[in-house]
Write a protein that binds this ligand. Structure first.
Ligand SMILES: *Cc1c(COP(=O)(O)O)cnc(C)c1O
Length: 395
């Protein structure tokens, strides 16, 4: 066997994640590995937790990165809060809501599903009616930014509904954190998880989570032990707690955490509000360009995520052929539609570093070329329109 070092191709990442990673983050990850119980590493971890609290806009003590991707953050919230016999209302308007249902079942709970169309936000009235009809619900779970459709749901209102009915809220902010406002304390959210490879522009593999005091108390007063040893928050805390001796739980992914730390510093330097505004600007530039080309967005304007754009594939265009050609000919990755939207939409990510005019223009140019190669004629001027919209959005 003759194996050689892997040299990945240089790609422009404009799919649903991973997003483009800044060289500063890659450089941070290449620094020397030290022991995960080394006091120097502990200091970095303390700083990292503070940066995460700032990003989540929370004072929650229980805020730390789970050493595994976003799906593990999701699982951590469910296994710690849901016990056999609990009822959990789960909002499903895309792929990630269906995974929440699966999590409730595997914890021995009973999911009560509030289903909405893929491409529409979670319907608040239906959730209110469902909570009313099911007294004693343990938690309300929903996805803030549904990456499978590009829809934003009203997290503040949903968390309020949960609180009003005495239920905990479990919130997926994997695609929202760093891209659009996530305000854990202002929402009164209880268990919130995210990921690193979307709007934080970090490589995949870590899942920041935060638990409110109320959620922490629920974990402490469980009747049964948490079914997962690795994700049991009470055990994890022995390691992530600041003061006193850290107890070995698992070997933290040291270099991956250097990367997250650096990415959060970059977010802090730019400022959360500035980062959110940049995502909106890039989105407006993209939509202006797509409109010139005669392409339409899946989601109503009022509920669109700036960082994940689902674009309808017009009749007569081969959805998969366009993606294949973008990757092979332009080194540019976008996402396909999932589930009921397979073959019907492209998903264009403008996440983190990718939320910039340069990325939008590269994409529009590559799409024009690709469509033209496939014999589809579209009007000219998309890049110019994007440029103008980018300027206008600056105010
Ligand atoms: C990507 C994503 C996840 C899963 O994250 P992984 O890091 O792929 O495990 C969960 N929820 C949403 C909304 C996502 O976009």
């Amino acid at each position: 066997m003759t194996s050689s070092s892997f040299e990945p191709p240089r790609r422009v990442l404009m799919g649903p994640g991973p997003s483009a990673v800044h060289q500063r983050v890659l450089d941070a990850m290449a620094r020397p590995t030290i022991g995960h119980l080394d006091p120097a590493f502990s200091d970095m971890m303390e700083d990292l937790k503070g940066l995460l609290r700032a990003a989540f806009k929370t004072e929650n003590v229980l805020t730390f990165p789970v050493s595994a991707p976003g799906s593990a953050g999701m699982e951590a919230c469910f296994v710690n809060l849901v016990e056999p016999g609990d009822t959990v209302v789960v909002c499903v308007n895309g792929v990630f809501g269906t995974r929440m249902v699966e999590n409730v079942k595997r914890c021995g709970g009973t999911p009560v599903v509030v289903a909405d169309e893929w491409g529409a936000p979670v319907d608040l009235d239906k959730v209110a009616d469902t909570l009313k009809a099911n007294p004693g619900v343990k938690a309300l779970a929903f996805v803030h930014a549904e990456t499978s459709t590009g829809v934003c749901s009203d997290a503040a209102a949903l968390c309020r509904l949960a609180t009003d009915h005495g239920a905990l809220s479990i919130v997926d902010t994997v695609t929202s954190l760093g891209g659009i406002p996530v305000e854990v304390d202002a929402w009164g959210a209880d268990a919130v998880y995210s990921g690193t490879q979307k709007c934080l522009s970090c490589p995949p593999g870590l899942s920041p989570v935060t638990f409110s005091k109320r959620a922490a108390e629920v974990v402490e007063t469980r009747q049964t032990t948490v079914r997962s040893w690795f994700l049991d928050v009470s055990l994890l805390l022995g390691y992530w707690k600041g003061e006193g001796a850290r107890v070995y739980h698992h070997t933290a992914p040291v270099n991956a955490l250097y990367g997250l730390h650096e990415a959060l510093i970059m977010l802090h330097e730019e400022g959360l509000e500035a980062a959110w505004a940049r995502h909106v600007r890039a989105h407006q530039a993209l939509v202006a360009g797509l409109e010139v080309m005669g392409l339409q967005m899946l989601v109503d304007k009022a509920h669109r995520l700036p960082q994940l754009n689902a674009v309808r594939v017009s009749d007569g265009i081969d959805e998969a052929a366009v993606r294949t050609r973008l990757l092979a000919g332009h080194n540019l990755e976008i996402g396909a539609g999932l589930g009921t939207l397979a073959g019907k939409v492209w998903r264009i990510g403008l996440m983190g570093q990718g939320a910039d005019l340069g990325y939008v223009q590269i994409f529009l140019m590559a799409l024009e070329r690709t469509l033209s190669d496939l014999g589809v004629r579209v009007p000219d001027g998309a890049e110019d329109a994007a440029h103008v919209a980018w300027g206008e959005a600056a105010g």
